[in-house]
Design a protein around this ligand. Structure first.
Ligand SMILES: Cc1cc2nc3c(=O)[nH]c(=O)nc-3n(C[C@H](O)[C@H](O)[C@H](O)COP(=O)(O)OP(=O)(O)OC[C@H]3O[C@@H](n4cnc5c(N)ncnc54)[C@H](O)[C@@H]3O)c2cc1C
Length: 306
């Protein structure tokens, strides 16, 4: 019910106008999105890097339906990477890319070609790309594209979602030397047939997946704001003797900034995921629609900085 209401709102230009002009909207958006322009993304990145954090930048927009939109997204990433290198912000900053924004929904080869161009630009800029993971209907296609990209760009990062039943097995497949894997819980509404539904089951899966990645040969990227998962991550880092160059923590821009600073202060590598672009309305609303629990997630972030 709540999900349907939010989804309907996400498609309504009237509600968008209402939300965009509401008194607290600017504060909410500014808290979670770096800004609309590439310069805003660079400014936010500079502040974070100066504070000792690594960054991954996401140009907002997904579910692209035309080749022109997909090409425009690719070109924005190429411009961004050039600007990051010019500003001396690589390799501290890398980019996160959604294949659906590059044409995956209607032409997988086009999405691959666009992603490949972005990987080549990142390589020339001295940094890397991570392929965000979207809903479960795209997992096979995204891992397939990842495999092709890694042939030429082996540092291309993968994302695996602990809520999917298949993910333990995917972790085993991807825990090889040089393989960068972001482990998150998963943000989409998925059916029981493919995904664990309870928090307890998802958390248990996250720990099992973390154990596989941290004991393996790859480079785990633990993306979570959950204090329990972070504490277990710190424990596994000690147990498997992983220093700051052999794994990292990741959190979203505007969420638990003090915890990000604490972990960085303790010598861990911490990467902040920074979204930017003018499509923030769809981004925030889709996040809420995909997972109404995110209402609490975003709301909590507004009142808490810890
Ligand atoms: C860097 C990064 C990249 C991501 N990439 C993807 C992706 O490619 N695909 C995808 O599906 N999902 C992605 N996600 C989203 C992810 O899957 C989860 O939906 C999201 O991170 C919420 O899960 P959680 O582990 O942070 O904690 P939750 O399970 O939401 O919360 C657990 C506990 O964490 C603490 N906590 C959580 N939020 C806050 C807050 N705002 N303030 C204070 N405490 C808080 C609370 O103690 C809470 O009880 C990404 C997340 C991150 C951090």
């Amino acid at each position: 019910m709540l999900r349907s209401v939010i989804l309907a709102a996400s498609r309504s230009s009237q509600v968008e106008r209402l939300v965009a002009t509401a008194p607290y909207t600017r504060d909410v958006v500014r808290r979670f999105v770096a800004g609309a322009a590439t310069d805003d993304a660079l400014r936010a990145t500079r502040v974070l890097v100066d504070d000792g954090l690594a960054v991954t930048l996401d140009h907002l927009g997904e579910d692209t339906v035309t080749p022109e939109q997909a090409t425009a997204t690719r070109d924005e990433y190429l411009r961004l990477l050039k600007m990051l290198a010019g500003a001396g912000l690589t390799p501290a900053a890398e980019v996160s890319v959604k294949l659906s924004a590059l044409g995956q929904m209607f032409d997988e080869q086009l999405a691959y070609d666009n992603a490949r161009a972005i990987c080549a630009a990142a390589d020339a800029a001295g940094t890397t790309v991570t392929l965000d993971m979207e809903d479960h209907t795209t997992t096979d296609s995204t891992l397939e594209v990842l495999g092709r990209l890694r042939k030429d760009f082996p540092s291309t990062g993968a994302v695996l979602q602990a809520y999917l039943r298949r993910t333990e097995s995917d972790c085993r497949e991807l825990a090889y030397a040089g393989s960068r894997v972001r482990l998150c819980k998963g943000a989409y509404k998925e059916p029981e047939s493919v995904a664990y539904q309870s928090t307890r089951e998802v958390d248990r899966s996250y720990v099992r997946c973390m154990n596989i990645l941290m004991s393996g040969d790859g480079y785990p990227m633990l993306a979570t704001h959950d204090p329990r998962m972070i504490a277990i991550g710190e424990d596994r880092a000690r147990w498997f003797d992983r220093g700051p160059e052999r794994f990292e923590f990741q959190m979203l821009y505007g969420i638990r900034p003090e915890e990000q600073a604490r972990l960085a202060g303790e010598g861990y590598t911490v990467r902040t995921y920074v979204p930017y672009g003018d499509q923030w309305y769809g981004y925030l609303m889709r996040r809420l629609a995909e997972r109404p629990a995110n209402l609490v997630f975003f709301g909590r972030a507004l009142v808490s900085r810890k």
